[in-house]
Design a protein around this ligand. Structure first.
Ligand code: PFF
Length: 481
């Protein structure tokens, strides 16, 4: 049942073949990407988003700069790429989204797929909240409020504490996503990505160069790039791992679905490296924009590490833009607009994944499934938004924490490592790595097959178990590192 009606009745744009790029199958029963570029664009569109531009810089700033970057790069190019290859190939092999892909090897494996399938629902609900913040900044810059936004961050705090306004912008951001998914986009997202991604890179390079030219910014550059061994900690490793999964959209049920739309002649390995490379490059650029800017605004490395949380990008970039004088509004507007587009393409992939999972799981029509997703994401999104105002007494992770922090922690530090572990054990030991290697080889030679196998069978499970056990022990207070 699972997966057999996806894409046929109005799947989102990237999934629909683009007539301009190649021949379409006559009466396709299953939609497919038009080629590698389409796949890489869709995968990169999902990957590059708020995680890359908003989340990575504040994590890097918080966890000691260069050391975090180093661990992150290592994870991206080993575990991240291996999982991208695995998930894409599993999707293409089975032709199904995550629940069906596991069930294809036996009904008893279905619960693993169902567990993984829950993740995009949680992420979508808080992703919309941050998307709402970005949307609000776009509007505020358009209204010429650059000076207020740069006002020592008080405006960000006031804004998130204003429940009704925050809810309105969250719903606006979510509504745009829902409309695009409902319309079935037809290549619109692929094309939007094609324009928006290069635009984002150009603007980011400009902003980074400008931020670096500010007095005091070079300290920030050194902090970001030079690893300081004393900063190494288990927490850093867990955060870097979570960011690898989040940033690449792996361990969240998306890449299996996307792989199921991939044609057999497209090289999975090349696509995976291109996707990871793009995400890594844009993460680094975002770090170069935000971290040196934070040094300019906050002074010392300690101050930056201490103040680095979800609000970092919203606080420091407006202050840096403000130095541009009259151009501040225009630059701020363009920058946050591009961030909003990056966020939208990721949010669309989340909503699309949730919709196809409901459709597969419940056997509902696409329309009914989407309506269910809209209701869940909107309602939970409102609760998460109000976590900064009327519900701010809910501090699930200790004083000052929010519901959003909880959702972020539960998905990135707990559920996604478990999902990745289950997937690696399943492929490495249950169905056997040969299944995936054969699928990868259908399109191109897989020279790294041995290394990949070792990664999936041994390295990843050991690492993931270590991370999970220690994070559980830590949260129980048994150990404190
Ligand atoms: N990779 C996206 C980002 O970095 O913003 C976030 C994301 C999208 C995570 C889709 C997971 C996902 F399934």
């Amino acid at each position: 049942m699972a997966g057999n009606n996806r894409g046929a009745d109005g799947a989102v744009g990237p999934i629909t073949p683009d007539p301009a790029r190649g021949p379409q199958p006559a009466a396709p029963t299953r939609a497919s990407w038009s080629g590698r570029l389409a796949f890489v664009l869709a995968a990169a569109g999902s990957a590059v988003g708020l995680g890359t531009i908003w989340r990575f810089p504040y994590l890097a700033a918080h966890y000691g700069g260069g050391m975090f970057l180093l661990v992150f790069v290592v994870f991206m190019l080993t575990l991240g790429v291996s999982l991208l290859i695995l998930e894409t190939a599993l999707g293409r092999r089975t032709g199904m989204s995550v629940i069906g892909a596991f069930a294809a090897y036996g009904r008893k494996y279905r619960p693993i797929g169902a567990f993984i399938a829950a993740i995009p629902f949680i992420i979508a609900s808080y992703y919309a909240v941050i998307g709402g913040w970005v949307t609000r900044y776009v509007f505020a810059y358009a209204a010429g409020m650059a000076a207020q936004l740069a006002d020592g961050g008080t405006n960000f705090m006031t804004f998130v504490a204003n429940g009704p306004v925050s809810v309105a912008f969250m719903l606006l951001f979510a509504a745009v996503t829902f409309i695009i998914v409902a319309l079935g986009v037809n290549g619109g997202i692929e094309k939007a990505n094609l324009v928006m991604m290069p635009a984002l890179i150009v603007v980011s390079v400009g902003v980074a160069a400008y931020a670096l030219a500010q007095p005091g910014a070079l300290d920030g550059l050194a902090y970001l790039l030079l690893p300081d061994v004393s900063k190494f900690s288990l927490e850093l490793v867990i955060a870097a791992l979570g960011q690898t999964f989040f940033g690449l959209s792996v361990a969240v049920a998306i890449m299996v679905t996307y792989g199921s739309y991939m044609k057999p002649d497209v090289s999975i390995t090349t696509s995976a490296f291109q996707t990871a490379g793009t995400t890594l490059g844009i993460s680094l650029l975002a770090g170069l924009m935000v971290v040196p800017a934070a040094f300019v605004a906050l002074g010392s490395g300690e101050a930056v590490a201490e103040n680095s949380g979800p609000s970092l990008m919203f606080l420091v970039l407006p202050q840096v833009f403000q130095h541009l004088g009259a151009a501040a509004s225009a630059i701020g507007f363009v920058f946050f607009l591009l961030v909003m587009f990056a966020a939208l393409t990721s949010m669309i992939s989340l909503v699309e994944a949730c919709t196809s999972l409901v459709q597969d799981g419940a056997g509902w029509t696409r329309r009914r499934s989407l309506i269910a997703v809209i209701v869940v994401v909107s309602v939970v999104g409102v609760v998460v938004t109000l976590g900064y105002s009327s519900l701010s007494f809910v501090q699930p992770l200790g004083a000052g924490s929010t519901i959003l922090d909880l959702f972020d922690f539960v998905t990135n530090s707990v559920m996604m490592p478990i999902a990745a572990l289950a997937t690696c054990v399943f492929v490495g030991w249950v169905i056997g790595p040969g299944e995936i290697v054969a699928e990868v080889r259908r399109s191109a030679p897989f020279r790294g097959a041995k290394a990949w196998t070792v990664m999936v069978r041994y390295v990843a499970p050991v690492l993931l178990v270590a991370v999970l056990v220690s994070s559980v022990l830590r949260s129980l207070g048994v150990v404190s590192f």
